[in-house]
Design a protein around this ligand. Structure first.
Ligand code: UD2
Ligand code: MN
Length: 348
């Protein structure tokens, strides 16, 4: 017999109390109070059956799927995704199982409304087929300064952690759309470069050390590399800098097979506020020595607005380039002083 009450279900003398994460069965250890149930003796035999954890390759995957431009509105998407019951700010959880990893997708962003709508239309269905628990964070840099993609990645990491204890971070171009759902958006202990076969590069790597587009980092790795460099204003260089940082801490990117890591990329021009960086080769030249003072530990920015939308979180950032660069230099001096103080000659 199965009888439902407001707090639990009774099956032939046993109660099953359903909580968010587990199912507890209390055998013969109950007392009823009219329709309500009071558990009087929890010390008797208890059995816990966990709701199943999500599989890494769930049967819901379809393999190759097509990217379509989206012509609707954000409201259309809000309605479309209502059935998944995202929490405010766009936290989606798989309904079928429990996922341990919490993923933050960080999108460095400015003035790409059309690409953003395509992204918001394309990504959640795939991520839910993959049984990923995720939130999309759009980190928008205001128009004052040249665009700085890696700086927005640092900001996204720090701001996402203020919202929840995310354990996996995927830094994602807004104009890249995965087209094979076997490219799983979860972290491993190594950092992963996911954009292996990109349409704009004729579906192959342009060069071996290419780390553009989409990278997945577990939290521990971001901390190890002190995040990303703050110095790359304008287009280019910051993606090569990631590889240099990983080399310093003895890590390498791993990649999914090219048949999985496929991305559709719309053709677009260069953005006004993001001219090719003239400093990029100079910066790359000393990328390895900057890692300890140029990154998360020296970033300076101002949050002007946080918008918790129904299906994603939009954070608006202002950057004072002079202040930021001064702070990075100060951090360098501070670390050098500490180093000198702790050197054996000063300890005598
Ligand atoms: C390549 C890399 C990209 C990055 C960039 C150099 C690929 C597929 N992507 O992209 O990862 O290394 O070179 O910086 O090879 N953005 C805005 N607004 C702007 C400018 C940039 O939102 O005004 C964001 C947006 O998320 C965009 C990303 O920055 O997808 C990269 O900028 P891009 O699309 O102009 O550069 P692209 O396609 O050459
Ligand atoms: Mn692009």
């Amino acid at each position: 017999m199965l009888q439902s009450t407001s707090r639990g279900i009774q099956i032939s003398g046993a109660f099953i109390i359903i909580s968010m994460s587990s199912v507890m069965i209390y055998w013969n250890s109950y007392q009823t109070k009219s329709a309500d149930i009071t558990i009087v003796n929890l010390t008797r035999q208890t059995t816990e059956i966990s709701i199943k954890t999500c599989l890494k390759n769930p049967p819901s995957l379809v393999g190759h799927f097509v990217f379509h431009h989206f012509n609707g509105t954000l409201e259309d998407l809000n309605n479309k995704y209502q059935k998944y019951k995202p929490e405010l700010g766009g936290k989606f959880k798989p309904l079928e199982c429990q996922e341990r990893e919490k993923l933050a997708i960080i999108i460095p962003y400015r003035d790409r409304q059309r690409h953003l709508m395509d992204f918001l239309s394309h990504m959640p269905p795939m991520l839910l087929r993959q049984r990923v628990e995720f939130t999309i964070f759009v980190i928008e840099q205001d128009p004052q300064e040249k665009f700085n993609r890696a700086l927005m990645m640092n900001v996204g990491y720090l701001e996402a952690l203020k919202q929840d204890n995310y354990s996996c971070f995927i830094f994602h171009d807004v104009d890249m759309y995965p087209i094979n759902d076997n490219n799983i958006y979860k972290c491993s202990t190594s950092p992963r470069h996911l954009a292996v076969a990109v349409e704009k590069w004729k579906f192959r790597l342009p060069f071996r050390g290419y780390y553009g587009g989409v990278v997945a980092y577990p939290k521990a790795v971001i901390e190890k590399t002190n995040g990303f460099s703050n110095f790359y204003f304008g287009w280019g260089g910051e993606d090569d800098d990631l590889g240099a940082r990983l080399a310093v801490v003895g890590l390498k990117f791993v990649r999914p097979a090219a048949v999985y890591g496929r991305y559709a990329t719309p053709v677009h021009g260069k953005d006004k506020g993001n001219p090719v960086s003239k400093d990029r080769f100079r910066l790359l030249g000393n990328a390895k020595s900057r890692i300890w003072y140029d990154g998360l530990n020296s970033v300076v920015y101002n949050v002007s607005k946080i918008e918790k939308k129904k299906i994603y979180t939009h954070i608006h950032i202002t950057v004072d380039r002079q202040k930021l660069e001064e702070n990075v230099k100060l951090k360098n001096i501070e670390l050098e002083m500490q180093h000198l103080k702790s050197s054996p000659i000063n300890k005598q």
